[in-house]
Write a protein that binds this ligand. Structure first.
Ligand SMILES: [Zn+2]
Length: 255
């Protein structure tokens, strides 16, 4: 009886034990199943969101042709340019070849407080064919725009002309510079970037000090305003550019 009971108990215990183990295993399997489904769902979700985001990112990327590139390789001062090329169009990026570069023309945006990207977008907006109040179409752009914080945006490639410097469009590279207020004076950061960029262009195209000119020197327009009104500051700018070129040359020799 006792044995029987024991047996039964034992059997029961065994059964219970087995059942418990099976139950545990089942529970474990269930948990694993739920967990793996959750992981799968998560991965799918992340994939979908990620895919969507990257598509969105790519479309923005594509629209702006935006990329940070190091324009100068081995130049003493590292120079980074954000390429945000304009969509080819007859009003701001006519894709006319710039076959020779005999100078670099400095401008100010005449649009106080606005930054590089906003000015770039203004040029982009001209592609629809905007007109002045007199009905004439606006043709305007620049190869580069230097922003208030010294960032540099490129709108037109260096082998294409931009519409910035009138009769000198066809043989110069143009740089527009943003400025915080009506004086037209550049910020320290814009100035520093402008020196670097101009120095690089001069080295690249073998330009001399006299090849750095203002829009004013082409047409007599008060552009860049502050550096037309302050001749000594303009001369200092050209000095600073060539000092950087010399420093770079010295640095190259050391290498
Ligand atoms: Zn100008």
């Amino acid at each position: 009886m006792l044995i029987e009971e024991y047996k039964i108990d034992g059997a029961n215990t065994m059964r219970r034990k087995l059942t418990r183990e099976q139950y545990r295993r089942k529970k474990k399997m269930k948990r694993l199943l739920v967990l793996s489904s959750l992981i799968l769902l998560f991965i799918t979700g992340v994939g979908l969101i990620g895919g969507g985001l990257s598509k969105l990112g790519k479309s923005i990327f594509h629209q702006k042709s935006r990329q940070t590139m190091q324009l100068v390789d081995g130049f003493y001062e590292k120079l980074e340019v954000e390429e945000m090329l304009l969509t080819p169009n007859e009003y701001s990026r006519p894709q006319i070849a710039l076959n020779k570069v005999n100078g670099v023309v400095i401008h100010y945006t005449a649009n106080p407080g606005t930054d590089a990207e906003a000015n770039r977008n203004y040029f982009e907006g001209l592609k629809e064919g905007k007109t002045y109040s007199n009905g004439n179409y606006i043709y305007s752009s620049s190869n580069f725009i230097v922003g208030l914080k010294g960032n540099i945006v490129q709108c037109v490639p260096l082998n294409e002309i931009a519409y910035a410097s009138n009769e000198r469009n066809e043989d110069t590279i143009s740089i527009e510079v943003c400025h915080p207020d009506d004086t037209g004076k550049f910020t320290k950061k814009s100035y520093k970037s402008l020196v670097k960029l101009t120095a690089w262009i001069c080295s690249e195209y073998n330009l001399q000090k006299e090849d750095i000119i203002r829009h004013y020197d082409v047409t007599g327009k008060q552009c860049p305003k502050y550096y037309v009104e302050h001749e000594e500051e303009w001369l200092q700018f050209k000095e600073d550019v060539f000092q950087m070129i010399e420093e770079n040359a010295k640095n190259e020799e050391k290498k």
